[in-house]
Design a protein around this ligand. Structure first.
Ligand SMILES: [Cu+2]
Length: 270
């Protein structure tokens, strides 16, 4: 009886336990990110590193997703760091950005962002340099070279009364439409050409309006943004009409008025 139980445990119960443990502990979600486009690839040390984003890259905020392949297999990595850099005739400069971290839902990918502050073209080219640490603790360095960055309405800059340069970026709504939605802008300071820290405790006020022509216009319902950390300021906006809207954003940091910028964009009917 005892030996029968033991055999039963080993043959029937144990494999079940092992497999279920395996599922729980080593499960890697290899599902592919949806609605992203391959922007660039880099090949280094036998690895292919892929860069994805939702859309073609443009000035302002861009999500960046990275994946490492060896042949056609996805390779797990322990760490990744990046540095976006623009090479111009007289100088190089970076941009506001975040270091990529592993995505919780899509473990094959690391995700971060960059706020591109200029389009690529005649003025210069953008590279994204990277370091990857493999599971074997080997460091691989490379870069996505000469990536295309288009211009967009989502990035503005302003020089403060103390002669400091700031970037104000439209984060949300990504595609403005009629009705109520979250409004988020980001504020970064140009400390020097390589350092663009987030401004975390500014006071941000907005004023949206629609020019109806012939000297008339109107605003709409909105809530002033409040600081959410990491340079993000979130309020809301309820567009009453589709068409061309202008939103004025004023940033005050302590005693210093950083300035006022304008975002002009179109709102679609939903
Ligand atoms: Cu530049």
């Amino acid at each position: 009886m005892k030996s029968f139980l033991k055999a039963f445990t080993v043959c029937v119960v144990l494999p079940f336990v092992l497999f279920s443990c395996d599922d729980d502990d080593n499960y890697i979600d290899s599902s592919e990110l949806e609605n992203v486009a391959l922007i660039s690839t880099a090949t280094v040390g036998g690895y292919t590193i892929e860069l994805y984003s939702e859309d073609a890259l443009a000035t302002g905020y861009n999500n960046l997703y990275f994946r490492v392949l060896e042949g056609s297999d996805v390779v797990d990595i322990s760490e990744m760091s990046i540095m976006p850099i623009m090479h111009m005739t007289m100088m190089d400069h970076a941009a506001p950005y975040s270091q990529p971290t592993r995505m919780e839902e899509f473990e094959d990918y690391f995700a971060g962002y960059t706020v591109f502050i200029m389009p690529s073209g005649e003025m210069g080219t953008w590279d994204i340099e990277f370091d990857i640490t493999t599971m074997a603790n080997e460091t691989i360095s490379g870069m996505f070279e000469a990536i295309t960055v288009a211009s967009s309405w989502r990035l503005t800059s302003v020089t403060s009364e103390n002669d400091q340069n700031y970037y104000v970026t439209w984060y949300a709504p990504e595609n403005p439409k009629t009705g109520d939605q979250e409004l988020t802008v980001m504020v970064h300071k140009r400390e020097n050409m390589m350092s663009f820290p987030a401004v975390v405790d500014a006071e941000v006020t907005i004023y949206p309006w629609m020019d109806m022509g012939g000297g008339s216009g109107h605003s709409t319902n909105f809530e002033e943004p409040v600081a959410m950390g990491e340079g993000m300021y979130t309020g809301s906006i309820n567009y009453s009409m589709s068409g061309t809207w202008t939103t004025e954003v004023t940033v005050v940091d302590g005693d210093e008025t950083i300035g006022t910028v304008l975002f002009e964009y179109s709102v679609i009917a939903q």
